[in-house]
Design a protein around this ligand. Structure first.
Ligand code: PBG
Length: 314
């Protein structure tokens, strides 16, 4: 059964993306993303979320930085109920029960191969074996209190399988935001540095989409809709405005756009060098995503943009 939570339609259009650190209690700056930190899993995380809520950002996405010692070829740490993400969810929900928590579903932060799926010896990504793991990961996150499960792995058939696994475990009320059109993009570079999740060999082109391909986004969207997705996501965002508009015009579901790490870092770097007016370029880029049809935006600028919007209102 597909059940959409009410909260999905009430959320602000801006999200934060937070990177949490497994070992450290201290926040650690991310070199390639000035202004972003691997947040210490307790104080840093709580403080950042509190600052975000102060400016009206009440939805977050969690990404874990997992120590190498916990990474394996099958990424089993992904469904450890005492792993970083489930612990962070419980901590946050305890303090802020009305916070909307999105969780990422994919094996890359937990994989010793740095891939979103399980690799066979010859390098082939094993789709169905991976989906089995992803279902366990989704259920562990839902059990901890996640509101929206967001599969970013691009395996085939995972939305339907995760929907069934969640329903079987009594999580009919937990939504799925599918990374529907996720391109094999060079714009993810800074994020992979932040998570230390670069693929050990090969690339992600066998499961992520070819940036040259437009129509495939429609094929992915109809599969995800049929499998029970509650929201469809396009990623990266600004270089893919046409794809956002394509899905907005061809689906009744909310469309999300993910302004990824490389997009963030380009604006930041030029801003730091005073080559552009950072704040105006940031707000313009977010507004353009709205214009293209994004109902929801995931951005590392969430806090900064929230502050900016509050300032304007005052
Ligand atoms: C992987 C994942 C990636 C991002 C979010 N989830 C990177 C990748 O596909 O290698 C990238 C986000 C960003 O660049 O901001 N499951």
């Amino acid at each position: 059964m597909m059940v959409r939570v009410v909260v999905l339609f009430a959320i602000a259009y801006m999200f934060g993306s937070y990177l949490t650190s497994h070992t450290g209690e201290e926040d650690a700056p991310i070199g390639a993303m000035p202004g972003c930190y691997r947040l210490g899993w307790r104080h840093g995380l709580l403080e950042e979320v509190s600052k975000a809520r102060d400016v009206g950002v009440n939805s977050i996405v969690l990404f874990p930085k997992v120590p190498d010692a916990l990474k394996t070829p099958t990424g089993d740490e992904a469904y450890n109920e005492n792993g970083l993400v489930p612990r962070a969810i419980r901590l946050l929900k305890d303090k802020y029960p009305d916070l909307v928590i999105y969780t990422d579903v994919a094996l890359d932060p937990y994989s010793s191969d740095g891939h979103d799926g399980i690799c066979r010896e010859d390098g082939v990504i094993m789709n169905d074996e991976t989906v089995y793991q992803l279902c366990k990961q989704a259920v562990a996150q839902a059990r901890a209190g996640a509101d929206v499960i967001s599969p970013s792995d691009m395996m085939d058939g995972r939305v339907g399988a995760i929907r069934e696994a969640l329903d079987d475990e009594g999580f009919q009320h937990v939504s799925i935001m599918s990374y529907t059109a996720k391109y094999a993009s060079a714009f993810y570079g800074p994020f992979r540095e932040a998570l230390d999740s670069n693929p050990r060999f090969g690339d992600k082109k066998t499961y992520q989409m070819n940036p040259a391909n437009y129509r495939e986004a429609l094929v992915e969207a109809s599969a995800d809709e049929a499998e029970g997705a509650d929201m469809l996501l396009v990623k990266p965002a600004l270089p893919y405005l046409d794809v956002i508009r394509l899905l907005r015009d061809n689906s009744s579901l909310p469309i999300a756009a993910y302004q990824v790490s490389g997009e963030y870092s380009m604006i930041k770097a030029a801003g730091v060098l005073k080559m552009i007016d950072e704040e105006r370029v940031m707000m313009e880029s977010l507004m353009c995503l709205r214009r293209a049809g994004a109902d929801v935006i995931l951005t590392y600028f969430a806090l900064q943009a929230g502050r900016c919007l509050c300032g304007e209102k005052r």
